[in-house]
Structures are given as structure tokens and as C-alpha cells.
Design a protein around this ligand. Structure first.
Ligand code: NAD
Length: 257
């Protein structure tokens, strides 16, 4: 399969979870992939996937820092000679009630999930000019479905949907901008939430947390990183050529709108 042959893709948060699965699928689809992450594990992943590193380029970068983002995007563009697709996937979540949230938590979550996404979008658009190109942002079911302990995270992910729509209007007609909204995926992020809920006594044990979540998912299971990656690749491909400004839920039916 080489539907992304000669395309250059940047994936943020590529060291693990959804980002690693997405970078891997683009690589398998023939793309040149720049793997951005604040964690140096991206270098390990790039070496494991492609020991020659001809089509993979790991870059360590904190997406909250504009200078680092500008440097990373320029390095990726210089390495491969062009840029075509940006997957804004890097994200963080802490859990706390709104009344107990600290300013540091708010700044971290909004800083990575929203400001970081904007900075990556800005420097991608500057280098891509009039395109053609595609951007896929990773939102969350938490944007649309209210739950306890995630006021800051939900606000950031609703912001992602707004950013997606606004940039889709500005970047048209040659650059499409869409979002994918995952449900619950078994990644380190979700393991952290399960442990937190058990430690806090919200649920008896990890199985109880999962049972509670499964009850709200019509398909009755977690999604996998590969499930999300498939939809990201679809939105980045020509098959989605008439879709822009939209958000696709990939939540097993937990969110329907
Ligand atoms: N796991 C889920 O259930 C779930 C559900 C809905 C949405 N999401 C979203 O999907 C995306 C990926 O989540 P995941 O579960 O794979 O998370 P994860 O924690 O497994 O991976 C996130 C990656 O982002 C990187 N990152 C964090 N801060 C960064 C920064 N400042 N600069 C650069 N990289 C940074 C981390 O190092 C990590 O490699 C996130 O945006 C998350 O909000 C996840």
C-alpha cells in the first residue's frame, strides 16, 4: 500500500499511543514522516521502524515553545524538501475538580492541547503556503460529553474543534483542516486516569472503571490507537477531498452528533 508515497507528514506526540500508531501507519503507507515529541523516545521508535531512517525523522520539541516549534518544522521541511500533512496529536490531561484545579494544571493542559496546536498549525501553514495540504487535529469526546474532573481538558478540546473550523475557512481551498474525536483508547494516558480513579476511591478497581465506561459505549469496548489512526489517514487522504472543518467521532457510539 503506498497511498501516501512522496507525501511528507508531521505527527506531534509521536513517541507513544495514538501518535506512534499514526506515524507508523503513514510510514507503512509510503510517507516520509517527521515524528515530533518532547520525549526522546521518538528517536527509538524511528530507529525500530526504519533502521536506515530514510523516511523517518525524529525531532524532540516542546510544542508550547514557539522557538522550538519553528525550528522543528523548518528542520522537517529541510530534511524532506516539502510538507504536506500535519497531524496535531500531542496532548495531556490531568484530573481534578474545577474548584481544586491549580493555575499550573490549567496552563499545562491549555498550553499543550490548544496553544501548542495553534503554534504547530501556524508554522506548518507558513511553510506550506498555498498547499496543497491537510491538517488533522485530535480532539476528544470530552469536548462534547460532560464528565467530572476534566473541566480544563474539556475546554481545551472544545477549543480544538473551534480552531479546526476557523483555520479550515482561512486555509481553504487548497488545505483541508479536520479533527478526529476519539472515545476511550487504551494508552498510557488512559492507564493514568484508571489508576487515579482507583486511588481516589471513585471506583473499586481498574475492572470497575472499565465496566463503568463500557456501559456508556454502544459497541462495548475501548478503541485502539490503530482505530484512531485509520480515521486520521482517511481525513488526510484524497478520499476525504470534500471534507473540511469537520470533526469525526471515533468513540464506538459513546458520542453521536
Ligand atoms: N487515550 C484516550 O483515551 C484519548 C481519548 C480522547 C482523546 N485523546 C487525545 O489523543 C491524543 C493522544 O493521546 P494518547 O492517549 O496517545 O496520549 P499519550 O499520553 O499516550 O501520548 C501523548 C504524547 O504527547 C506527547 N506530548 C505531551 N506534551 C507534549 C509537548 N508539550 N510537546 C510535545 N509532545 C508532547 C507525550 O510525550 C506523548 O508522547 C491527545 O491529544 C489526547 O488528548 C486520547
Amino acid at each position: 500500500m503506498s497511498r501516501f508515497a512522496d507525501q511528507v507528514v508531521i505527527v506531534t506526540g509521536a513517541a507513544q499511543g495514538i501518535g506512534a500508531a499514526t506515524a507508523t501507519e503513514f510510514y507503512r503507507g509510503g510517507a516520509y514522516v517527521a515524528l515530533l515529541d518532547k520525549n526522546d523516545k521518538v528517536t527509538e521508535l524511528a530507529t525500530t521502524l526504519d533502521p536506515t531512517k530514510k523516511r523517518l525523522f525524529p525531532v524532540v520539541c516542546d510544542i508550547r515553545q514557539e522557538r522550538e516549534v519553528e525550528r522543528a518544522f523548518r528542520a522537517a521541511s529541510d530534511q524532506f524538501g516539502q510538507l504536506n500533512v500535519l497531524v496535531n496529536n500531542a496532548g495531556v490531561c490531568t484530573l481534578n475538580l474545577c474548584v481544586d484545579l491549580t493555575e499550573a494544571e490549567w496552563d499545562l493542559v491549555l498550553g499543550v492541547n490548544l496553544k501548542g496546536m495553534w503554534l504547530c498549525t501556524k508554522h506548518f501553514l507558513r511553510l506550506v503556503g498555498n498547499g496543497p495540504g491537510a491538517i488533522v487535529n485530535v480532539a476528544s469526546q470530552a469536548a462534547k460529553r460532560a464528565q467530572k474532573f476534566t473541566a480544563h481538558y474539556s475546554a481545551s478540546k472544545m477549543g480544538v474543534i473551534g480552531l479546526t473550523r476557523a483555520v479550515a475557512v482561512e486555509a481553504a481551498p487548497n488545505i483541508r483542516v479536520n479533527a478526529v474525536s476519539p472515545g476511550t483508547i487504551d494508552t498510557p494516558m488512559i492507564q493514568q486516569e484508571i489508576n487515579w480513579r482507583v486511588a481516589r476511591g471513585e471506583n473499586e478497581d481498574s475492572e470497575a472503571v472499565k465496566r463503568h465506561w463500557f456501559e456508556r459505549i454502544p459497541l462495548g469496548r475501548f478503541q485502539t490507537p490503530a482505530d484512531i489512526a485509520k480515521v486520521i489517514l482517511f481525513l488526510a487522504s484524497d478520499q476525504a477531498s470534500e471534507i473540511t472543518g469537520d470533526t469525526i467521532n471515533v468513540s464506538g457510539g459513546a458520542v453521536m452528533d
